[in-house]
Write a protein that binds this ligand. Structure first.
Ligand code: SAH
Length: 235
């Protein structure tokens, strides 16, 4: 029996926001993961652990190879797939990645011990809610890939720790398309996420201190670039 982890693999990945055949093309025709990244991708699939889908992984490689960020922060490590992909794409970068789930921490530690050849990755154990305020570094890129309703809660601290011109990439912001529907059509159990994502959009998409772009990869990426020293977010 293959162990599955109760990580709540993202059900929205089965409700692609882009035509199925285009998703298939992006997953099958773009260069496949190789070496340890392939091993981790296969492990994640077998054990029902959510990692960034292939089209997002391909985009990350393209982006990180292009911009070569020096300092990266990730919220949501899981087994370390995206952290190792970023390490491979920006070989001079230092990556701090935060994870709170003990089972994921154990797996990530094993994977970093085995595959983080250049010692680029530091795993910080605990809840990002507590840890973000304690960071004393400035990052060029922050990847947020944790609970969707919390993105708006984390954003003020994230922006404080972001360099001018730095980027924030936020994963899974389309809620399988639900974000485009009126609130009344959203199941009660999904409304906190829906509200959190709409607060995130209201705060960022037309903010004079940010350049923002929504990208329909996976379940949606929100890309932010910090263009002012002080970014003012609504209360
Ligand atoms: N970025 C990974 C996948 C992360 S899955 C990859 O693509 O390879 C999301 C992870 O975020 C889960 O492992 C979950 O435990 C973690 N997480 C969710 N909320 C968190 C929080 N507040 N603090 C720390 N980790 C959190």
């Amino acid at each position: 029996m293959v162990k599955t982890y109760n990580q709540g693999s993202n059900p929205n990945m089965r409700r692609p926001v882009v035509k199925e055949e285009i998703v298939t093309l992006m997953r099958e025709q773009q260069a496949q993961n190789k070496g340890h990244l392939k091993v981790l991708e296969t492990f994640a699939k077998e054990h029902n652990i959510p990692i960034i889908p292939h089209e997002t992984a391909v985009y990350f490689r393209w982006l990180l190879e292009s911009i070569q960020p020096k300092k990266i922060l990730e919220i949501g490590t899981a087994i370390g797939f995206s952290a190792l992909l970023m390490a491979d794409s920006a070989k001079a970068s230092q990556i701090t990645t935060i994870e709170r789930n003990p089972e994921m921490i154990a797996l990530a530690k094993e994977n970093f011990a085995q595959y983080d050849e250049r010692g680029q990755i530091t795993l910080v154990e605990g809840d990002a809610v507590d840890l973000l305020t304690r960071l004393d570094e400035t990052y060029d890129l922050v990847f947020m890939d944790s609970a969707k309703s919390k993105y708006i809660v984390f954003l003020p601290e994230v922006l404080k720790h972001l360099s001018l011109g730095g980027l924030v990439v936020i994963d899974d912001v389309f809620q399988g398309g639900d974000v485009a529907l009126p609130l009344e059509e959203i199941k009660r159990g999904q409304r906190a996420i829906y509200r959190g994502l709409h607060r995130l959009f209201d705060a960022t998409l037309d903010n004079p201190g940010l350049t923002a772009s929504l990208l329909p990869l996976g379940d949606g990426l929100l890309l932010l670039r910090k263009t002012a020293d002080e970014v003012v977010l609504p209360d």
